[in-house]
Write a protein that binds this ligand. Structure first.
Ligand SMILES: O=C(O)CCC(=O)C(=O)O
Length: 360
């Protein structure tokens, strides 16, 4: 689906655009089926391990994982994480950990590819290694933690500086309808610089967002603008710039908010995540498209093996992501911050501008 001139203009001015009904059931149903099976596998394993008594097989996909985790107890529930090295089942859910063939196929979807091609102005597209499937379990009650919640951040914060000149567009797709009550995204539109970050893992120095530490310094966030909620339906896609501050709202519904997110960029531009594999998904020359599921999966296995003993910071590089940005501010290196901001803002402002060809 090609973007219209007004959708491109919206992306350029707001930093994000929602493409209503961009995806078809044919794009989404295989993901549901694959993750349904994955939840069934996890249930079977937990029952076999004697950790839970019921496999909750009578429940719909929208509730089953929550019931499994609930049976493990409140601590497991509140601490549920999809990310590596955390949580109960490190391999179970996140896109690059689970590596389900359906998720790999999703990266090559024609509707998504056409949308990104028209936004980025090039048919040479790569999917960035930052890629996630996020089940937001319904939280146990107001004021309690939202398992797996993404607090305020700009995606740019987790790319190393070598990617400052890369246009990296996030593409977030809910697999279920979601609104402000059920965990839609909240965004601050139109921001064109990196806000002052704090080290997100340090709860003492971070702003609170629904009880979770946020990676953005509170005053910087408050000054950035007025947040808007972005309710979406299954099939909608939101494309956003790596400079748009955003967060996931808590899920106070009784259904799991499943979502998948990818990031696209022009092939050959640095990802800023060199330890993890990107994948070429679209090209004018089809022989360059990395279409082999086995190769993709093997590259992830090798990358994860190579970094298994390392911390997140060590994996990303000697100084990484939010730590790198936080260090610059902490050390008062405002000139360096400003220079990086100018580069990124200049690059990002070209994305989506009607009539520009942003091929790098
Ligand atoms: O799924 C969410 O709630 C957060 C998503 C997010 O932070 C992202 O796509 O960058």
């Amino acid at each position: 689906m090609e973007l219209t001139a007004s959708e491109k203009a919206q992306f350029a001015s707001q930093g994000f655009v929602v493409l209503r009904g961009c995806l078809a059931e044919a794009d989404l149903a295989p993901l549901d089926a694959a993750y349904e099976q994955r939840v069934a596998d996890v249930a079977e394993r937990l029952v076999a391990q004697g950790r839970i008594r019921s496999d909750h097989s009578g429940l719909p996909h929208g509730r089953r994982l929550a019931a499994l985790v609930e049976e493990l107890g409140p601590q497991a529930y509140d601490g549920f994480q999809i990310h590596e090295l955390q949580g109960e089942w490190p391999e179970a859910f996140d896109l690059y950990q689970a590596r389900l063939p359906a998720a790999f196929e999703f990266m090559f979807g024609e509707r998504l590819g056409a949308a990104l091609e028209s936004l980025l102005g090039t048919p040479e597209l790569t999917v960035h290694p930052s890629q996630h499937v996020r089940p937001y379990l319904p939280r146990r009650g107001p004021g309690l933690p939202q398992p797996n919640q993404a607090a305020w951040h700009q995606d740019r914060v987790v790319y190393r500086r070598e990617a400052d000149a890369s246009q990296i567009v996030t593409c977030w797709c809910p697999l279920v309808d979601c609104d402000a009550n059920s965990g839609c995204l909240r965004m601050i539109p139109g921001v064109r610089e990196m806000l002052q970050t704090v080290d997100a893992p340090d709860p003492d120095s971070a702003a609170e967002f629904d009880g979770q530490p946020s990676g953005i310094e509170p005053a910087a966030l408050a000054a950035a603008g007025t947040p808007v909620d972005v309710p979406m339906k299954r099939g909608d896609v939101v494309l956003f710039s790596s400079l748009v501050p955003h967060a996931g709202l808590p899920n106070d519904s009784d259904r799991i908010r499943w979502s998948i997110e990818l990031r696209f960029q022009a092939s050959g531009t640095p990802t800023g995540r060199p330890a993890h594999p990107e994948v070429v998904v679209r090209s004018a020359d089809p022989t360059t498209v990395q279409r082999s599921y086995e190769e993709w999966s093997d590259r992830w296995v090798a990358a994860l093996d190579a970094t298994r003993e390392l911390t997140w910071q060590e994996t990303l590089g000697e100084i990484s992501g939010s730590v790198e940005w936080a260090e610059l501010w902490k050390q008062g290196r405002s000139e360096e911050v400003a220079a990086r901001n100018r580069t990124i803002a200049e690059v990002d402002s070209r994305v989506g501008s009607p009539g520009t060809n942003s091929r790098l």
